[in-house]
Each structure stands twice: as C-alpha cells, then as structure tokens.
Design a protein around this ligand. Sequence first.
Ligand SMILES: NC(=O)c1ccc[n+]([C@@H]2O[C@H](COP(=O)([O-])OP(=O)(O)OC[C@H]3O[C@@H](n4cnc5c(N)ncnc54)[C@H](O)[C@@H]3O)[C@@H](O)[C@H]2O)c1
Length: 331
Amino acid sequence: MKHLVTGVCGFVASNLARKLLEAGHHVTGIDNMSCGYFSNIADLIGHKSGFHFEEADVRDWKGTGESYDAVWHLAARGELYYCRDHIDEAIDVNIKGTLNMLKLAKESLASHFYFADTSAEYDSFEDEQYYPVAEWMAPNTITPMGYYAITKMAASQFVRSFGKTNDIGTTLFRYTNIYGPEMNLSRDIPPVIGSFANKLFNGVACVIYGDGSKRRDFLHIDDLSDLHLAALEHRQDKKDSQTFNGGSGENHSIHEVWEVVYNSCIEYYPNASGNVIYQPDQPNEAQITLVNIDKAKEHLGWEPKISFSEGVGKTVTNLWERFCNDRKSNA
Ligand SMILES: NC(=O)c1ccc[n+]([C@@H]2O[C@H](COP(=O)([O-])OP(=O)(O)OC[C@H]3O[C@@H](n4cnc5c(N)ncnc54)[C@H](O)[C@@H]3O)[C@@H](O)[C@H]2O)c1
C-alpha cells in the first residue's frame, strides 16, 4: 500500500513511517522542518520498501499527482506554550493545514485518513470524578481549554465531517503523552521524560511546572506504533469515523516521573543533579490526564505491553547513547 505521512521528521511520524516501511508499505513523507529533525528519518532514505521525502508545508502543499491509499496526518505545532504564544500560526498549521491535507487526500483518492488528535481535548474537565475519560466525553465546551487543544478539536471535526461528505473513512487517535527514543529533549512540559533526562545528563536542575502533583498518562512509542498498525489492519477498509484513545490507562504524578527518570539516569551518570526548579503552572492545563482504552482493546484488539518503568529505562538508555554521541561529535 502507498501511504502519505505528514510531519515525518517529528518524533511520532518518523516512528510510524519506519513501522510502515518494515511492514512492506511504500511511504511518502513530508515535513517543513519547523520543529522536526532530518536525523529522525536519515535511516529511512533508500529503504527497500520505498521511502520518498519532500520538504513541504501542509498549509499549501498540493502533492505530486501521486495517489495514496492512506494519509496519516501528524504534522502540527504541538507544543502547548508555543501555541499559546503563536495563536495565529497554531490555527494556520493545525486547522487550515489539516483541511488542506483532507483536500489532498480526496484528490489523491485515499480511502482512509488517520489523524493525530490529542487527549488535551479532555483537559477542560475540572472534576476528578470524570477520569478515566472515554472517547465520547470530549469535547467539554463549557469550561476553558488550552489553545492547542482548541485547534485540535476544530481540526478533528473537519476530519470527521470532510470524511463523511467525501466518502473517506477516518480514524482519529487521542494520544496522551508519548515518550521513547527520539523524543524531543527540549520540551519542559509533558512529555517531560526527555527534558528531565537531558537536564540530568547535563548536570542541570530539572524544571517542574506547578507543584509536581499533576498526573499524566504516558504511552511508550512502541505501543503507539502497535496501535497505528492495528488501526491500519482493522480500519483501512471502513468508511465511517472512529476516535480511539491512545494512552496506557494509568497515570503518574510529575514527581513520580522525575524520580523514575532520575533513578534510571544515575545508573549512567552518578553526578546528575538532584535539584528541581519549580515554575508557575500554565493556565488551562489539566491537573490529570487518564484515558479509558477499552474501545481500542475491543475494536482494534490492541493494548499496551510496555510498563512505565521498563519504558523509561529503555528511553533513558537510548538518550544516554544520544547524549554521549553528541558530546563526542561536539568535542
Ligand atoms: N508526542 C505527544 O505526546 C503527542 C500527544 C498528543 C498529540 N500529539 C500529536 O501527534 C503529532 C505528532 O507529535 P510529535 O510529538 O511527533 O510532534 P513533533 O513536533 O515531534 O513533530 C511534528 C512534525 O510536524 C512538522 N510540522 C510542523 N508544522 C508543519 C507544517 N506546517 N508543514 C509540514 N510539517 C510541519 C514539524 O517539523 C515536526 O517534524 C502532532 O500532531 C501532535 O499534536 C503528540
């Protein structure tokens, strides 16, 4: 099958492209390099299944005239603080860019459109009693929501409606906090694992926003890749629209996360700083993320296999290798 993957130089899409290629599919990947890294896809160039990369922007790319069986739209400005400070760009990329990719899916005769939505759409729930949240519970439209989540919510509705109008099946994934090798190391807000490890290896204090009691549902990238492939198997021929939570169904406080990452890091770097700097919390950011994953279990036969401590251990090992390599190449 032929797939188009947008945002392919990003953390999640590069992993998705790799898995599709390993499964024997042909992949065209596009990215405008605004917050992705070519190093994430360097190993895919020349892959025997056929990988083609174009530097292109989802806001205005018209395609190459090629047809695709499936479009996986993952390109976005996904950083909460960036979207807060650049609302116009967030709307342009996350909403208008999605609409442009939907039009391209139609023109390129794609039969299915897969979309990276976010569990941040549930952030507006202010009452603990609602958790774990199921897919039908978002969006809550009577309490404030972060700007990033608003753009994803609007884009999601375009995906559902455009798909229905144009006979394109749609599958939306509400990812929680995805972590693993190749994750972005510079983002201080969840997923914080990369930021913590990076700071610990550099002997710098970690930054926690709020008091550390916020709880987050984390999913390892390998489990997410399994979810993507399960969706491809079960959803590719379907013409309806379905949304699936992509999380682990359990959560951890940011303090617990710091402790697990710290304990993994000191195995490699015993001099890691145990200091933490606390900074004010972001308004409209959820105190809790915790999703119910029964729907994906039932309809896609998927469930996460990697425990949090195992996933963090694997991630920290990889980040330590990256850190040592970067140090060697900068020496
Ligand atoms: N990582 C998570 O924990 C998480 C959680 C919820 C939702 N998501 C969503 O999943 C998707 C992938 O997330 P990620 O963590 O891999 O993000 P990422 O920032 O690593 O990757 C996004 C990619 O999109 C590219 N991009 C941005 N604007 C573009 C444009 N206008 N045209 C073309 N390419 C553009 C960037 O250069 C980058 O390579 C995003 O849509 C994000 O909103 C991620």
